[in-house]
Design a protein around this ligand. Structure first.
Ligand code: GCV
Length: 691
């Protein structure tokens, strides 16, 4: 396995071999600041490994140069770079953008700021030898679509008795914390920062949004530990954020209240923010889960979420910090008999009336779907409902509901669908979800829950690294083709290690992974109905597991039919939260896309889908097919055994996961099929055995 020597963990998409092309050239680096130093060090390391040379000035002995990294602020000293700069034409590059060009045999990377040079460096790594060939190439600008590209860690300082070390984490313990304090493995954190920077991520939040007692103290007594992490992330252009406990003034400050309109409370937060910025001048801000699943919040004091968020925003504003206020607020103590309370409606009902009431440094962080990161959900209607609020879309890289990193489930295609969704329909030019999140005035960026832990492969399942990679790349360029991103990941992670034809490996991995989200969907909950997982840990099938619980996640299957009536005509009225045309499309059982039918409608088992199949036959067919596809994935992987195309230990780890996936897929198939056979009394038209 390709290991990073300093940390003894898998090198993921940055094996030393991926730097072969860069490291075998003569490279001039003219950048300053922490990220400029990083670029120099990265190039120097690559050159030391592959025989190239790195220099800081045009005349020094490392030259003449084939590649130059330079800032636009001063006249670049190398004539080829100066000529590209003089040529202009691409406009301002901003804090993080860069341009590439080729002039008289020299590859030129220019940026307005050091972070841009860093992103330019990883662009050159991705290109490999292609960065150096050919004749002159005109300047090509690269700028991130989203200003904030952020990973949230749900890491606890210690092992929580119920939620473990990393809540919904499937890759071992936290890479930041252990035994109630810092883990102390800063080389590992640095290796993580480096991987993230190579995908374009520029913000990380280092503790769980469910902020328990010890974690609350990160804001005060443990601030030094947070500052140590910030120091490690900074050279890779990543700003640190903290999840804070809304009740901190009570818990830490000894105040009798955390009322956001109380003067003492506001003063307490002001001082807390000032102390944070003293320790971490480039601190990003706070992440807040309030009035949600037992977390404290402004409702306790009869205040609105705008009151709560704005109070924190005021504390952070003098320092340029932001509040990421989560919109995941719903009633988790409902009764399944109560058909008027609909969890899907909750975020919109709470937040849409507050549009325009949030301060400019508040970002409302909205889960991409209205429920909770299910395998298939419609896009959250909140995203189109708050034009006067800065919105960030939240994805889940950690696979809580998508196989928990025991199943192969490449999520790039799902996220790509979300980002490309047009809330006002196909004719609405440019107004995709991505465009809304990227809007310079109203966009809050893209956020995701990380899937990383202290596992030697980072992500438990080695192939789950692709999800982390794709997230960062989609946040930078949301309209990238997810299949191409998958290949990009394969080409960095596996191909540089091969001394032989990479095509068979690329083909095998691509075939296993590209459609794996659809495969997973086929053998789990059908037609967008969601959940059906075992309560608590959320792994494996339990069709009625949540059906009679207070969590608001029901499928309402009975002998006649299945699905949730969310129509305006006869149901919860949720379809009315969408603008046209989707409001009408979702309202109609005939026009609603098949894959979301049961999210929006309660229909008889004999209802005919747009595909021509009935609901019940669709359930049988997809569950047989999905389990078979999982077995097919395992066979493809088995064929790679002993081929020398993948490292033996990595092969073994993936195989062990695939064995579990195949077992679990069959369990899903049999439970779901048997449940609906018995409920509906309708036999499989193809006569297959249903145990
Ligand atoms: C951090 C889901 C998860 C919780 C998580 C919550 C959230 O409900 O199961 O573990 O809590 O989402 O997003 O806050």
């Amino acid at each position: 396995m390709s290991m990073d020597v300093s940390t003894d963990v898998h090198a993921a998409w940055l094996p030393p071999e991926a730097f072969r092309a860069l490291g075998s050239h003569r490279v001039l680096v003219q950048g300053d600041g922490p990220q400029g130093v990083t670029v120099y060090e990265e190039v120097a390391q690559a050159c030391a490994a592959y025989g190239g040379r790195v220099g800081r000035a045009p005349g020094d002995e490392a030259g003449p140069y084939d590649l130059v990294f330079a800032l636009t602020g001063a006249e670049p000293a190398l004539p080829e770079a100066a000529a590209v700069l003089a040529g202009g034409g691409v406009g301002a590059l901003g804090d993080e953008g860069f341009l590439t060009a080729r002039r008289d045999g020299v590859t030129v990377v220019l940026a307005d700021a050091p972070a841009g040079l860093l992103y330019g460096l990883f662009h050159v790594v991705r290109l490999g030898e292609a960065a150096f060939g050919g004749g002159d190439a005109p300047a090509e600008a690269h700028r991130p679509a989203m200003r904030t590209r952020m990973l949230d860690h749900w890491d606890n300082l210690d092992v929580h008795p119920v939620m473990g070390h990393v809540e919904r984490g499937y890759s071992g313990g936290s890479i930041f914390w252990r035994d109630g304090g810092p883990r102390g493995d800063l080389p590992r954190v640095r290796a993580y920062a480096r991987l993230l920077a190579a995908t374009g991520v520029n913000a990380v939040s280092v503790n769980n949004v469910n902020v328990h007692t010890a974690e609350t103290r990160l804001l005060t007594e443990r601030l030094g530990d947070v500052a140590d992490l910030a120091d490690v992330f900074r050279p890779y252009g990543i700003r640190l954020h903290l999840s804070v406990n809304f009740a901190s003034p009570v818990v830490l400050g000894g105040l009798p209240t955390a009322d956001p309109l109380d003067g003492d409370v506001r003063a307490w937060w002001g001082k807390a923010a000032a102390r944070v910025y003293e320790a971490i001048p480039d601190f990003g801000g706070f992440v807040v889960k309030a009035d949600s699943e037992g977390q404290p919040g402004p409702f306790t004091y009869g205040r609105s979420h705008a009151d709560g968020a704005n109070m924190l925003a005021e504390a952070l504003a003098p320092f340029g910090g932001e509040v990421h206020w989560r919109a995941f607020v719903y009633n988790h103590t409902q009764d399944w008999r109560d058909r008027s309370t609909d969890r899907a409606r909750a975020a919109y009902d709470h937040f849409a009336p507050l549009d325009g009431a949030f301060h400019p440094n508040v970002v409302l962080q909205v889960k991409h779907g209205p429920m909770d990161f299910q395998t298939r959900e419609p896009v959250s209607p909140v995203i189109a409902a708050m034009p006067a609020t800065r919105l960030a879309v939240e994805l889940q890289v950690t696979q809580e509901y998508t196989g928990q990193q025991r199943h192969v489930c490449y999520l790039g295609p799902m996220w790509s669908e979300v980002l490309g969704f047009r809330p006002w329909g196909a004719d609405s030019e440019g107004r995709t979800v991505a465009a809304l999140a990227a809007d310079p005035a109203a966009g809050g960026g893209l956020v995701a829950v990380s899937n990383v832990g202290d596992d030697p492969y980072w992500t438990g399942h080695p192939l789950a690294q692709a999800n982390l990679y794709a997230f960062g790349r989609l946040a930078w360029a949301p309209h990238s083709d997810p299949a191409a991103l998958l290949d990009e990941w394969i080409d960095l992670t596996f191909v540089p290690l091969l001394s032989r034809d990479p095509v068979p490996l690329r083909r095998a991995l691509h075939a296993m992974m590209d459609g794996s989200w659809h495969t997973y969907e086929r053998y789990t909950a059908p037609l967008g109905v969601g959940f059906m997982v075992r309560p608590g840990h959320h792994y494996g099938p339990d069709v009625d597991g949540y059906e009679y619980t207070p969590w608001g996640t029901y499928h309402y299957a009975d002998r006649d039919g299945i699905g949730v009536d969310r129509t305006r005509a006869t149901g919860t009225g949720y379809t009315g939260q969408y603008p046209q045309p989707w409001s009408a499309v979702y309202e109609s059982a005939e026009r609603c896309p098949d894959e979301l039918l049961l999210f929006f409608h309660h229909v008889p088992y004999g209802h005919v889908l747009q595909s021509g199949s009935t609901v019940i036959q669709h359930i049988y067919d997809t569950h047989f097919a999905g389990a078979e596809e999982a077995a097919g994935q395992r066979s493809s992987w088995q064929e790679l055994a002993g081929s020398g195309l993948v490292d033996a230990a990595l092969h073994a780890r993936v195989l062990e996961r695939l064995d579990e996936q195949v077992r679990c897929a069959q369990e899903w198939r049999d439970q779901v099929n048997a449940y609906f056979l018995r409920k509906s009394g309708v036999r499989d038209a193809r006569g297959r055995h249903i145990p």
